[in-house]
Design a protein around this ligand. Structure first.
Ligand code: ITT
Length: 197
């Protein structure tokens, strides 16, 4: 099977690795490209991802994928959500654990929104969610970001205690990118002329 290569605008190499694990069986490989990041401030990941995908398309003038994700904690009314990247860089994992000290309701979810810009006026959106809980302490050294404190439902280990392959089986990112893969596979005849560069 001939590999279909598609650009992805991200600086996060973990995202690329996990996305490519999810897309492998569809014969698709994402290739990271350097695009100036346009990230609007919004409470809505979809809005952020769609805007960024359109801006990346306008810059590259070819089809491009963008993924925006975040951790939403119930007891914190969805915080850090769309601000996850900033919160990770500022208060980090330990900051979140501190906010959650003594909190009984530890439910949380990771959400990933994949926006695929095929043209300036054609953007397809795919969403993936994984439900879980915030651990009492950080565990594991794999992955990135909030992986050491997120335990998906049905597991006792955090994402950081799993290999990338195992994490991607459950993860928000795995789910969103498998949806993208399915959609591309279903529409490949229509997409081929746009994707050949
Ligand atoms: P790009 O914008 O360059 O793609 P980024 O890491 O800044 O990279 P986001 O703006 O989408 O990406 O921020 C998402 C943040 O949410 C990320 O920095 C992590 O802190 C957190 N996050 C998202 N998915 C995660 C995952 O699978 N595991 C751990 N943390 C995750």
């Amino acid at each position: 099977m001939e590999l279909l290569r598609i650009s992805v605008a991200t600086k996060n190499r973990h995202k690329v690795e996990e996305a490519n694990i999810a897309l492998k069986s569809f014969g698709i490989e994402l290739v990271p490209v350097d695009v100036p990041k346009v990230e609007i401030q919004s409470d809505d990941l979809r809005e952020i991802a769609i805007y960024a995908a359109r801006a990346a398309y306008q810059y590259l003038r070819r089809p491009v994928v963008v993924e925006d994700s975040g951790l939403f904690i119930d007891a914190l009314n969805g915080f850090p959500g769309p601000y996850s990247s900033y919160v990770y860089r500022t208060i980090g994992v330990e900051g979140i654990l501190k906010l959650m000290r003594g909190v009984e309701d530890r439910r949380a979810r990771f959400v990933a929104v994949v926006a695929f810009a095929l043209r300036e006026d054609w953007i397809e959106v795919f969403e993936g969610v994984v439900e879980g809980t915030i651990a009492e302490e950080a565990r594991g050294s794999h992955g990135f970001g909030f992986d050491p404190i997120f335990v998906p439902f049905g597991e006792t280990r955090t994402f950081a205690e799993m290999s990338s392959e195992e994490k991607t089986r459950y993860s928000h990112r795995g789910r969103a990118f498998r949806k993208l893969g399915e959609w591309i596979a279903k529409n490949i005849d229509k997409l081929k002329p746009l994707l050949q560069t």
